[in-house]
Design a binder for this molecule. Structure first.
Ligand SMILES: [Fe+2]
Ligand SMILES: [Fe+2]
Length: 298
């Protein structure tokens, strides 16, 4: 259940960011790292909206009050993440990168392929709901992995990465670490089949790799400042070694961890570090101040 020792009550922080001063290549001199991370702004708005859509349907199946509370907190956080990444897209368009052709494909993927199918009530409908709950647990293994990575990606600071973009990524990453057990606990509560866990991991991993490399290629090819911009696996591997992107070896090592029968997300990342970041994040602090003054005015 969700009674992991470092459980924290989950709350959505109503952050907002101003992108006026963020340059196109916000990791200075490194369009490939910039655009590989930028893919998050394309995948997450549709992906996290889909999480919320699926979880609203699973609420009636939850028989544990604490888990229900966690799932509601999770829904609030993911809705905010989706919105915050969506708000980066107009800024990308202003800089000559219109992601519409790519986001149209991502929307189709989440809304049609993974959307509600016209299934009769009963077993078939429940099967498809459980399949999606398991898919979300697998994806959340990676959002927690990436959240932990970005909280510790000091190389981005050393390279002078844009502080606003880093705060967006770290606020989001910290909340991913903070709520990393919810999706898995929910899956174990409503289903927990090991075969389903393996099957949906394979589907989620394949889809993430496919969508991510397509997104990175899309940005590199459409970046108006690059002549013959490309995205290759070698570029990814090298950046991973330098620390401006996650290391390939670390990503591979995370696979057997998720597939282990002893897996629990609480063994990944550090809640303490996530909470400490959220206590110092400029966007999270501004959201807290705004919330307090709104309460005071009420
Ligand atoms: Fe998220
Ligand atoms: Fe998440």
């Amino acid at each position: 259940m969700s009674n992991t020792p470092d459980r924290v009550p989950l709350k959505a922080r109503k952050v907002s960011f101003s992108w006026d001063d963020t340059p196109l290549h916000w990791v200075p001199g490194d369009p490939f790292s910039t655009h590989t991370i930028n893919v998050l702004h394309l995948l997450l708005p549709a992906g996290e909206r889909w999480f919320v859509h699926v979880y609203k349907q699973v609420l009636p199946y939850i028989r544990d009050e604490q888990l229900r509370e966690d799932v509601l907190g999770f829904i609030g956080q993911e809705a905010m993440h989706s919105q915050a990444h969506d708000e980066v897209l107009p800024h990308l368009r202003e800089q000559g990168l219109d992601p519409t052709p790519y986001t149209a494909q991502v929307d189709w993927f989440f809304e049609k392929l993974l959307g509600d199918r016209t299934l009769p009530p009963g077993r078939a409908r429940r099967w498809w709901l459980m399949e999606r709950v398991a898919l979300i647990a697998a994806i959340e293994h990676y959002t927690a992995f990436l959240g932990d990575w970005v909280l510790n990606a000091e190389e981005l600071d050393r390279r002078g990465a844009d502080p606003t973009m880093l705060d967006l990524l770290r606020w989001h990453g910290a909340e991913e670490v903070e709520h990393r057990s919810v999706a898995f606990d929910l899956f174990m509560h409503v289903d927990g089949s090991y075969r389903r866990r393996v099957r949906t991991w394979a589907a989620a991993f394949t889809a993430l790799v496919f969508l991510w490399q397509r997104g990175a290629r899309f940005f590199m090819e459409n970046d108006p400042t690059l002549i013959d911009g490309r995205a290759t696996f070698k570029d990814f591997y090298v950046r991973g070694r330098h620390g401006t992107l996650p290391a390939t070896g670390e990503m591979l090592k995370s696979i057997p961890r998720y597939l282990s029968r002893a897996y629990h997300p609480s063994h990944e990342g550090s809640t303490e570090q996530a909470v400490a970041y959220l206590a110092s994040s400029p966007a999270a602090l501004a959201a807290e101040t705004a919330e307090k003054s709104a309460k005071g005015a009420a």
